[in-house]
Every structure is written in structure tokens, then in C-alpha cells.
Design a protein around this ligand. Structure first.
Ligand SMILES: Nc1ncnc2c1ncn2[C@@H]1O[C@H](COP(=O)(O)OP(=O)(O)OP(=O)(O)O)[C@@H](O)[C@H]1O
Ligand SMILES: [Mg+2]
Length: 431
């Protein structure tokens, strides 16, 4: 992609007046060009295939093929296209489905010109970053990209992102205890950091009983000066030896990290992760269960994603949706590992059944009544306090599994770039 090129936008809406209004709003932005307008889902998919737009503005309620189905098809066939869903207020159920179908963002009808333009610019940047992340593994200039590979940092720590599409299933518990158990296994020669990627309502600080004096918000405003000293001053040490990059103390302070929708937040978080990779061997990221822009960034950047579920039907359904999404995002299968928490809970479902429907689990973590009490009162994670109990053993097992998966990834990365990478790049560039 050329630095001076315009952002190519396709509008899909069945109402002619809405299409025209959107086109008029976009005519004020000189960096945006409306390359096509479609009146149905089917036509939208066809035009996306032919025109390769950077961004598709997709109405959710369309007669015939609805906006979600059209989104799914476009994401599959034209993966470079970033989709922004347009809907009326109150369609939150739809919205979750749309995000799971692969939409990047959404706007409530009628959007203001500023909202529309800044959202388009932001998702376009996400698309560019996606291509750029794959591009560096291709040796010379890739036709049409015109981008130089970013410099390779000296120490390249590996990122493990812990995610669950359902809230309250133990994501933070897994992330915190994995970090502590990993540090215990590795000793002080290697460095582990935990990042609270649940930027608005993060619990890592509470679970580790840390008094947050500094947070990711302090780092976000100074990303351009990011070095070892700045990191040390912002990270909070925990008695286990790990360091924590905590969430901002108030939800509204997350704005300084996430930004104003111009794509800055994305760049800031990427820089922060780059800085942490240069300084730490392992970066464990806890996330919230909403697939927003920054959760997606933490997933994209991960070397390994731990998908946490409990043995309940809704968890399994959501995990299935997430695995399909991961596939559409082009994540290789070995980037994902399943964690079954509360594995001994009697739900009428056998663990083998669940694993057959999803994938084999990297660990089964049993329920432990004392775990929550310990955490709440003293901030001592289960992994240290309960080492002799089944739950402690589960974390020892998880550490071994994670290290094995990461070392496989490292040795693969050290080998010559596989030809498959070229194919994936081609898929993203639509060539
Ligand atoms: N295996 C377990 N045994 C006992 N308690 C557990 C276990 N796993 C999690 N818990 C408890 O369940 C509660 C919710 O866990 P946690 O906060 O880790 O979930 P979460 O997925 O991060 O939630 P949220 O969506 O709010 O971020 C906590 O009180 C935690 O101590
Ligand atoms: Mg949590």
C-alpha cells in the first residue's frame, strides 16, 4: 500500500438516501474515496470481491443476505477489507455477533461526519498494521506494499494472551497464576511481566494485592521515550518476582491509552508491547471479554492465546465462535490453546466431549474453594499458596505446556520463513 493512496471505501445499505448521505459526509475527507455503493448484502460481497476496498461500511439490517452474513463472507474472501457495522441504537446482541463475524468496529445510525471519518481512518490503520506485520518476513519489496520491515528488537520476549469470550470464567485468575508459576519455574534469570489488558475494569492489581502507583496510562503518554528506565518506573513489582503493568485507576483514564479513535491508541499499545518484548522474556496479557480494538491487538500480537472456558454450554458455544473468528483472522491453529477452568464442576458434559468439539485442552484447572479466599484477603496467588493441592499442580502443568508450545514456536521462527507465509501475505493483500 502506498503512503499517499486514498482510503477506498465501499458503502452497503439498502436505503438509497442513507447511501447518499454517507457518500456526502465522506466527500469532506480528502484522504477517503468512495469506490462503490451496494444496495444489498449479495451486491456488497460481489463489489468487495471486485473492488478490494480498504473499508466497508455495512448496514446490519439488509433484506435477503443480512449484514452479518455479508460481513462473514467478505472477511473470508477479502481479508484486507476492514468492516464497520452500521446499526440503530439498541442492537447490542447483533453487535456482538457482528464483531464475532469479523467486523472491526461499529457506528450507531446516523453517524456524525467526524465519527464516520475517524472510524474509517482508524480501521484502515488496523488493516495496514495487519499487512505490515506479515510483510517483514518477505525479503525484498513486496509489490504494492512499499513498506519497510520494522527493526527487530534485541531481546524478543514472547507474548501469551489470556482471553475468554465470557466474563467471570477465570481469565484473570489464569493470567495471574500463570505469570507467578512461570516465574517460579524459571527463576530470577528470566523475566516475566503481566499486563492488565482489561483497560477499563482491570483486576490484576486487586488479585495481586498491589497498590497501583503507576499504570499503563502513564506509559501511554510517553511511548516515544519508552526505554528500560521508563518501564522500571511504571511497572509495579510483586513479591513473587514478576512485574505488573496495571490498568489505569479509573475507567475514564483508559482514554489516554485507547485514544480518540484516530488509530493512535493502536500504535501506542503496539509500542508498549514492543518495549516489553525488548525487556522481558515472557509477557502475559490478561484481557477483558469484549472483542474491541485493543483486545484484538493483544490477540494479534500474541505468540500463544489461552482460551479460557468452564464446562458449560454457553462457554463452549462462544469458544466455537471465537475459534472460527481466529481462523478467519488467519491465526495458525497452534497459536491457540484451550484452558478448561472449574474442570471438576458437574455440568453433565464430559471434558472429552468438549475437547472433541473445540480442541484438546492444554490444562484442566479444578475448582478450589480456598483459592478465591486467599486472593481476596492477601493477594497471594493460588499458584504459590496451593502448590501442593490439585489446583497448584494444574498451574505447574500449565507452565510446562505453555513453555513447550512457545519453544516450538521459537524454533519454527528461527528456521527459514516457510512458503506458507507468502501465501498468507497474498491472501491479506488480495493478490
Ligand atoms: N479454579 C478456581 N477455583 C476457585 N475460584 C476460582 C477459580 N477460577 C476463578 N475463581 C474465582 O472466580 C472469580 C472470577 O474469576 P476471574 O476474575 O479470574 O474471572 P475473569 O474471567 O477474569 O472475570 P472478568 O470477566 O470479571 O474479568 C474470582 O473470584 C476467582 O477467584
Ligand atoms: Mg478478568
Amino acid at each position: 500500500m502506498d503512503q499517499t493512496e486514498k482510503i477506498r471505501v465501499l458503502i452497503v445499505d439498502d436505503i438509497a438516501e442513507t447511501r447518499e448521505n454517507l457518500r456526502k459526509l465522506l466527500s469532506f475527507a480528502r484522504d477517503i474515496e468512495v469506490v462503490g455503493m451496494a444496495a444489498s448484502g449479495e451486491e456488497g460481497v460481489k463489489m468487495a470481491r471486485e473492488l478490494h476496498p480498504h473499508v466497508v461500511i455495512m448496514d446490519i439490517n439488509l433484506p435477503g443476505m443480512d449484514g452479518i452474513t455479508a460481513t462473514e463472507q467478505i472477511v473470508r474472501e477479502v481479508p484486507t477489507a476492514q468492516i464497520v457495522i452500521l446499526s440503530v441504537q439498541g442492537e447490542t446482541g447483533y453487535m456482538r455477533r457482528a464483531m464475532a463475524a469479523g467486523a472491526r468496529d461499529f457506528l450507531v445510525k446516523p453517524p456524525s461526519g467526524d465519527e464516520l471519518i475517524s472510524t474509517i481512518r482508524r480501521v484502515y490503520e488496523i488493516g495496514r498494521a495487519q499487512v505490515a506485520r506479515i510483510a517483514p518476513t518477505i525479503p525484498a519489496a513486496v509489490p504494492g506494499t512499499g513498506r519497510l520491515p520494522p527493526p527487530v528488537p534485541a531481546r524478543r520476549g514472547q507474548v501469551v494472551t489470556v482471553f475468554s469470550p465470557k466474563g467471570g470464567v477465570g481469565c484473570t485468575t489464569v493470567a495471574v497464576n500463570l505469570a507467578v508459576a512461570l516465574q517460579a519455574r524459571l527463576g530470577s534469570g528470566q523475566k516475566v511481566v503481566i499486563v492488565d489488558g482489561s483497560l477499563q475494569f482491570g483486576d490484576v492489581g486487586v488479585m495481586l494485592n498491589l497498590q497501583p502507583s503507576r499504570s499503563i496510562a502513564d506509559l501511554a503518554v510517553r511511548v516515544d521515550e519508552l526505554d528500560s528506565d521508563l518501564l522500571t518506573s511504571v511497572l509495579t513489582p510483586h513479591p513473587s518476582g514478576i512485574k505488573a503493568l496495571l490498568a489505569p485507576p479509573h475507567p475514564e483514564a483508559a482514554d489516554s491509552v485507547i485514544g480518540d479513535g484516530s488509530g493512535d491508541g493502536h500504535r501506542r499499545l503496539q509500542r508498549i508491547l514492543e518495549g516489553l518484548r525488548a525487556e522481558f522474556d515472557y509477557i502475559i496479557v490478561d484481557t477483558c471479554s469484549i472483542l474491541n480494538e485493543w483486545t484484538l491487538l493483544f490477540l494479534d500480537e500474541a505468540d500463544l492465546i489461552l482460551l479460557v472456558i468452564t464446562p458449560l454450554i454457553p462457554d463452549i458455544k462462544d469458544a466455537r465462535l471465537f475459534l472460527d473468528l481466529a481462523d478467519r483472522l488467519g491465526y495458525p491453529k497452534d497459536k491457540l490453546a484451550l484452558v478448561i477452568n472449574h474442570s471438576d464442576r458437574r455440568t453433565g458434559l464430559r471434558l472429552e466431549q468438549i475437547e472433541r468439539a473445540l480442541m484438546p485442552a492444554i490444562v484442566h484447572i479444578p475448582y478450589d474453594e480456598r483459592a478465591g479466599i486467599n486472593e481476596a484477603n492477601r493477594g497471594i496467588p493460588i499458584a504459590t499458596e496451593e502448590a501442593g493441592r490439585p489446583i497448584g499442580q494444574a498451574f505447574v502443568h500449565l507452565v510446562a505446556g505453555v513453555l513447550e508450545r512457545l519453544s516450538q514456536k521459537k524454533s519454527e521462527a528461527e528456521e527459514a520463513p516457510p512458503p506458507e507465509v507468502t501465501q498468507r501475505l497474498g491472501r491479506f493483500l488480495g493478490i
